[in-house]
Design a protein. Structure first.
Length: 175
């Protein structure tokens, strides 16, 4: 019998997220100068920062290339940011080798076909509610939130709650 997604959350030490369609709603606003602007959810940011502060490894692997995204993520304390990635499996393999991470301890959230193969390599593949059907099919957890509207917060908060670290993080700041 396979473990439920809640049971798998006990083992998670590492979060990996795509950007467009996961940290954003997938919409790109194109400025007159050609710059592509994205919206990110502040609650997703809070959760990623809380995860970093609690010792989780947080990594971003995205096919998109936007320096504003990199700056935003660095300001949250995320150091492993791979943008403009043509092959997510190669980047994933290099990342887990560098940090000696067991793939079964990784939660990956993706939303579309470029995430498909890497999601098959992790212990807990997840996706936003509005992910592509093929991604939903291989996900062990589908968030009730769409990409860019709190799906990242949803999975981080659940993992931290299962591991007893969610309010512990908050309370430690104000004790």
């Amino acid at each position: 019998m396979s473990k439920s997604y809640k049971e798998l959350m006990n083992d998670i030490t590492t979060f990996i997220f795509d950007v467009d369609g996961v940290l954003t709603d997938g919409t790109i606003h194109i400025a007159p100068n050609g710059e592509m602007l994205r919206n990110m959810n502040i609650r997703d940011g809070y959760a990623m920062k809380a995860a970093v502060e609690n010792g989780y490894t947080v990594c971003i692997i995205s096919g998109g290339l936007n320096e504003g995204v990199r700056i935003r993520l660095r300001n949250l304390g995320i150091t492993d940011i791979y943008l403009g990635v043509p092959n997510k499996v190669e980047t994933f393999d290099e990342f887990i080798d560098i940090y000696n991470i067991n793939p079964q301890q990784v939660l990956y959230m993706g939303d579309d076909i470029p995430d498909y193969h890497v999601m098959q390599l992790v212990g807990l593949p997840t996706c936003p509610q509005d992910a592509a059907p093929e991604i939903k099919e291989i996900s062990k957890y589908i968030s009730h939130k769409n990409g860019g509207t709190g799906s990242v917060r949803d999975v981080i908060e659940q993992v931290m709650k299962v591991q007893g670290k969610w309010m512990e993080h908050f309370n430690a700041r104000y004790d």
